[in-house]
Ligand binder design. Sequence first.
Ligand code: NAD
Length: 257
Amino acid sequence: MTGQTFGGRTALVTGAASGIGAACARWLAENGCSRLVLVDRDAEGLDKLDLHCTVENRVGDIADEQFWDDLAPALEGLDHAVLNAGIGVGGQIADHSFEEWRRGMAVNLDGAFLSLRAVLRAMREKEASDGRRGSVVLTASITGVKAVPGIGSYGVAKAGVAHMARIAAAEQTSQGIRINAVAPGGVDTAIWDSSQDFRAGVAAHGRDATLAAMAATTPRGRFATPDEIAGEIGFLLSDAASNITGAVLVTDGGYSL
Ligand code: NAD
């Protein structure tokens, strides 16, 4: 995608300090967005992004309702949102502590709800004032589509995120707001470092070999890059996807086939 598809537009990205979110922030700036509101709990990671547009960094926890209430004025005029922040939580259901289950749900599902509610409120106001349409993409996961063992509360929360996108799309389509989700398979980002098995693999064989071994079980034979996922999210946000809403785009290199 090239040119000024997003010329003069304002976008929000959560989880923008790293991985897929950082790639989305870069993609949106490169494709013409004039103002980005970037959210993450990692202030240092946000500061490292070097983007050629107006950027407002907001450090906070997406699972904190007060954070979204305080952010509301900054979301006025919002055209696009990538609701992407999330954490990795592993373990089999039978072994999960309730505390760990809640920790995953708090960020990956409650946080997605609070984020979506805040941006829909801002976009409804915007549509009333200037008639331009908004679009939103939530980052779900292939683990919310396919039952992957050992993924704990993560896969359940991501199934909820995907269905939240569908329900919100059904509610908002007549208002002209489009809401979609992406469901990536493995992507080479820092999220994997939260997995004990992954860290053990890295300690024994190095990061590249560990990723390669995991990806060897997939048809494509490698993990996606954050930039690949960002391009797909950018397409769903863009006017080129004007007839797509309530979709959950599986982007897993054939893993789930
Ligand atoms: P990442 O760890 O590189 O980035 C996640 C970002 O979210 C980090 O900057 C982190 O600080 C931020 N974050 C986490 N919890 C937060 C909170 N409560 N409040 C604010 N910020 C918070 O990982 P990533 O792979 O880029 O993850 C992005 C999204 O993609 C996540 O929702 C993840 O579940 C999803 N996803 C990742 C993969 C993968 O293999 N990497 C696959 C499918 C889905």
